[in-house]
Design a protein. Sequence first.
Lengths: 319, 683
Amino acid sequence: MARAGAHALLLILLLTVAHAQSQNASPPAASPPANAGGYVGSEACKTCHANIWTPFFKNPHYKSIASGKEPPERTGCEGCHGPAKAHVEARGGKTTIPHAFSLMEPKQVLADCLTCHARDLSRANIQRSEHTIRDVACTSCHSVHHSPTPKYLLAAKQNELCYKCHATVRAQFDMPSKHRVNEGFMQCSDCHNPHGALPSTWSMGQRPRMVEQALGNEEPCLKCHVDKRGPFVFEHPSVRVEGCEACHNPHGSMNAKLLRRPVVFTVCLECHNGGGEGTRQGGVDLQTSRHNLLDPKFQRCTTCHVRIHGSNADQFFLR
Amino acid sequence: MRTLFTFSRLQAATLAAFLITAGGLLAQQVAAPTPENTSPPRGEDVGNYNFSQTFEFGYRFKSVGGDEGMYRSVDNYGNGLRLLGSNLSINSKDGHGTYFDEILLNTIGLGNDNYQAAILRIQKNNVYRYDMTWRLNAYYNPGLTTAGGAHLEDTIRRIQDHNLLLLPQSKIRFNLGYSRNTEDGPALSTAQEFDTNGSAYPVFTNVKRQWNEYRLGADLDLSGFKLTILRRWDFFKDDTPASSAGIFAAGTPTDATVLQQFQRSQPVHGSSPGWLGNLFTRRKHWGINSRITYVSGRNDFALDESAAGISSFGTVGSRQITVGGEAKRPDLAGDFTVSLFPTDNLTLSNTSSVTSNRIDGNSSYSEINPTTNLGTTIYFQYLGILTLTNSTDVDYRVKKWLGFYGGYHYSDRHIRTIDGSDVPAFANSFGAFQFDVSNHVNSGTFGVRIRPISPLTINLDGEVARAYHPLTPISDKNYHAINGRIQYRLRKVQLSTSYRQVYNLNPPLSFSNFSSHSRQYSANASYAPLNWFSIDASYTKIHLDTFDGLTFFAALPGNRNTLTHASSEYISNIHAANLGVRWAFGRRADLYLGYTITKDTGDGRAVQVPPSVTDPLQVLLVSVQTFPLTYQSPLARVSIKITPKIRWNAAYQFYGYGEQFHILGYDQNYHAHTGYTSILWSF
C-alpha cells in the first residue's frame, strides 16, 4: 500500500513537471509595460546602468524578468528598487530611487528582501535571529550585483564574509586542531544558519543560538560524525544531554582532537569528580578505586574506554 | 619579498601607519586555488547560452621536517599534480533554455588533494533546480593525546548531498533529496583483555562506515501561510572489524598479560526515519512560526570477540564475548513562535519549545573464560530527556539610530535514567534503579544598538543567568556574559572590534566547584583604497582560566591507592593575528603576502614544572595546567597574466608548529615548506 502510494506520488510529480514544462514554452523575456504606478520597466534602466544590466542574465533575480508573468512590482530592477519613473525623470540620483539599498535602514532592507524570500524554511526564523536584532541586514552579507561567489550572491567567500565580524572564530579556525573550513572542505553554514535557527535541541535549549540542528533533531556535528549518533544502549549522558561542546571546542583548539584540555584525564576528571548533579542525583561518578592516576596508563582514559561517545556492549565504554 | 620595499615613500608610510593602527598584525588564507581571475569573465556566447570556464592545473610540493604525523594531522597538503580549481558557468541569455537555464560547477583540489570539493547547480526557471555538493577529506591523526599513538586514524571521508526542487517558483514545490556519508580506511585502536585494570593492546581496524539519507517533501504557499512537510529516511551501518596479528605483552613487573590472538566483529545497522512539519506566516502586525519533528532512531547490533594469551597472573588467558541487542530513540521536538509588530518600531516575540528524547536499549552480554563462566547478562538502559523552554524577546527601535533589545528565557529539563540488569541463570537476579534529575535555567538579556552615523554600528549587550542543579560540574551555573561590538563599514574600509566575556563564577563551597573566566578581544580591519591594493588584518586574544576540583585515586610509590582531592587549573592565553596584503601591478601581475600566527603563551611560565614542585602528584597536575605553543604560517603568492586568458601562478607557504613543553612526552614539533605552481586558463 505504501509502495503504491509512493508510485502515485511520483506520477503526480512527473505530470506536474511536464505540465509546468509545457507552460514554460512562453514568449521571450520582456519587461513589463509601464503602468500608472510609476513603473517604467527594466529596459529603461539598462540605458544608464549597462554594466549591471549586461551580465544580469546570470543573476538569479533575472528569473523575475524571464518569467514574463510577474507584476511590475516584482519584476526586474523595479522589483527590488521600486518604481523608477521619478528616478528617470530626475535623470538619476540615489535619492530618487524609492528603494536605494545603500541608503536604507537594515530593517527596511530585510522587509524588502523578505517580500519574496520569506518562503524558504531556512529563513522562517529570521525575524528573531541574532543577526537581525543586531542590525545585520541582508546586504551586509549579500551583494546582488557584484557577487564573486557562484551561489547565494554572497559578498565574499563564505568564511571570509563571516570572519569580517567574527574575528575570534577566524582565530579558532587558524588553530592547529580545527574543522577544515579554510581548506574549503567545510562551510560555516554546514553548522550555522545565519538567518536564524530554532532553539537548540540539546543542552538547555538556550545556547548556542545560531546553530542549525540536523534533520534528526541533533547537533549538526552528527551530520558528519554519524558513528557517534547512536542510539546506544549505554549512552554517555553528557554527550547526549549537554552536547559535544562538553569536551570539544567545535571551531578549533590548540589541543588535539578539538579537546578543551591538552590531556585527556583532565577532560574526564573535571566532570568525574562527584560534583554537579549527574544523572544519578549524586554527582557525576568518580573513577574506579582500582585506577591509580600516577600510573601513566590511567592518564589516557580513552586508551581503554575506546567507545567514549556511547557503546552497545559495555557500560564503561570498553568495547 | 623585495617587491615590498619598492613602493613610494608615501605608499610605504600609508602602509606602515595602517599596520600600526591595526595593531601591526599579520593575515592569511590557504595558498591554492588562486583567487585571481583572468580577464572579466564575460564568457563566450554559443547559441542562446553564455559559457565561461576556468581551470587551474598545477603541481603541489611539500617538504616536512620534524613530526610528519603531526603535520598530516594539522595541515596535510601533499605532493603531486592537481586540478587545483575549476569554475564553469553556463547561462541561457533569455531565461528560456530548452533543458536548463543555468549550470554551475565549481571544484577545488580534484585529483589528489586531501581536501576536495565540488558543487554543481543545474536549474531551469520555473521547472526545477538541482544542487549537488561532493566533498572528500583524507584524515590522518596519530592520536597521541588520547591513546599515546595507539588510536591512529588514516581514513577518507566522502560526503555528498543531492537536492532536487521541482517547480521552484510556484506556490507548491516538491523536494527530493539524497545524502551519503562514508568513512573508510585503516586505523589503530586498542583492546583491553583478561583484566579490566590491565593494559590495553593495539588492534588493527578497517573502518567501514556508511550513512544514506533519502528525503521527500513539499512546500505549499496558501493565503500567506507557508507549509513545509518533509519525510526522511536514513540508514546507517558500521561494519568495522578489529583484529590483532602480533603478540603484545604488557611488559610491566606487575602485569604479565600477553595478548597472542584477538579478533572482534562488531556490526551495527540502524535507521532513523523521521517527519518534519513547519508552518509560518508573517503579516503586518503579527507572525507565527511553528515546527514539529519526529524521528524514530533504531540500531541493531552484535559483537563477537575472542582473545587468547596469558593473563596478568601468568595463567592461560582466553575469553569469548558475544553481545546482541537493539537500541531505540524516539525523538520529538516542537517549537512555536509568535511575533507581534504592534508598531513599526516594536517587535515582541515569544518562543516555546519542547524536546523529548527517549533512549532505551537492551544488550545481551555473554562471556566465557577458563576460570569462570559468567553466563549471560541482560542489560536494560533508559535515558529520557524532556526539555521545555520559553523565551520572550523585545526589540524596540526608539530612533533610527537607537534601539534596545532584551529578553527573558527559561528552561526546564527533566532527565530520567533507569539502569537494569538480569542474569537469567540466577533466579531473582533482576535489578533496576531509577533516577530523576531536574535542571532549570533562568536568564535575562539586555542590549542596546546605536548607529550614530550610517556606517557605524555599536552593539552592547549582557546576559545574566542562574542554573539550578546543572548536570555536570563544568556546566554553566552562576554566569554572566558581556558583549560589545563596534563596526565601521564603508565601501573601501571596514573596521570592527569586539569584546566578549563569560564568567561562570561559583564560590569554592566544595572541592568540586568549577569556575571559569573567558575573555575574548578582537579587532579586524579591511582597507582597499585603490583597485590595485588592499589589506586585511585581524588580531584576537582569547583568554581562558578555569579552576575545578578533582577527586581520584592515586598511590604514591609504596602506598595504597587512596581517594585524593586536588585542584585542576588551566590557563590559556591565545594571541592570534592575520595579515594579508594584495598588490596588483598594472593588469599584469598580482602579489599576495600573508601571515598567520596563533600563539598560546599559557600562564607565562618558563618551565613546565617549577623545580620547587617535587611531589609526584603535584608534578603531574602542574605539568598539564598550561600548554604553550606557536603555530604560524607565512604565505607568498604571485599570479602573472601571460595572455588575456592564461595566468601563471606560484606560491610558497610555510607551516611551523612548536610546543614549548612536550607535556605528552613526545616531540610533535614540525616545520613544513609547501607550495605550488599552476596554470590558470579561462575561456
